[in-house]
Design a binder for this molecule. Sequence first.
Ligand code: SAM
Length: 338
Amino acid sequence: MNVQGKSRPLADSYSRTVSYLRFSVTDRCNLHCVYCRGLKDVPVLRHNELLSYEEIIRLVRIAVGLGINKVRLTGGEPFARRDCDALIVGLREEFPDLNLRITTNGTLLQPHMDTLFKARVNAVNISLDSFNAQTFQRITGSDSLETVLAVLDELVARGMRVKINAVAMKGVTDRELEDFLKATARWPIDVRFIEFMPMGAQTIWERDSFLSAGEILQTLGSMSRLTPVENTHRDHGPARMFTVEGHKGRIGVISALSNHFCDSCNRLRITSDGNLRTCLFADAMTPLRDLLRNPDVSDAEVAQVIRKALANKPIGAELLRQRRQAAVAAMSMDSIGG
Ligand code: SAM
């Protein structure tokens, strides 16, 4: 199925056009990152509560018909779901020109490496918050830094476009900025710092743990010569990117809190249990799973439900400003997909 030139663009009530769909393919994750689910024992969904791969592919088909041309598989940890390769291959077979991307912690990726290349996955984002084994262990609860670095090496050597996402935390990231800079010298990758967002009722987010994009840029700018890169074709997403003099890679910041980018938000999210979320910060969701499982509901009817939900896509920054408790949303990223 061709993903270009579909029906009228999917637009919300603020005239933002939506072209990017993110799927949390599972809520399970093998890591326990402190800023995400942490060490808390979270009940995971039963298999039949997750969207099946057929349901995900059907939803992509419907979304492509609405003008979506970019899909990201995330989680939980996408490679923690059994036979994730079947989904990747299935998507590529049906949508040869879909911009297909994956966000992963990299720890379980190695056995799936060949599939990513065969399926022509367009880019892999690896969440990596530290290049120091002890810090990595402290943040994730896992000692798999070397595994992730080996995967990163191989992906880059085989020509995959790779981005590193690091959640910025005061007292942690700011002490290791030089390591991230060195990574841009070693690999031709984009290293992006994401401002820590207060997500999930149990969030450990505090004003004191917040490290802003501005602070990061100031420190990095004192260590190296950074030059802003124009985001001409929106190919950086919400990130502000910079070249680093003499380095192969670039650095960037995603300032979800300090300098929001709601005006240009082009995304929709589907949670692992099939709820459509039109804004990361809004807990209001539109359930799609039961519709997909109802033999009397057509693709056109599902499409209509998506259009209707989109009409109410909020401005997330407003929700953030109006929040009464630390967390802006009750659900943490592992269920939403980041
Ligand atoms: N397991 C995969 C991974 O680690 O990339 C995919 C899921 S993870 C929830 C997706 C992204 O959300 C990661 O880049 C993670 O760092 C980010 N994330 C999770 N909680 C966050 C928070 N509170 N603030 C900012 N980013 C967060």
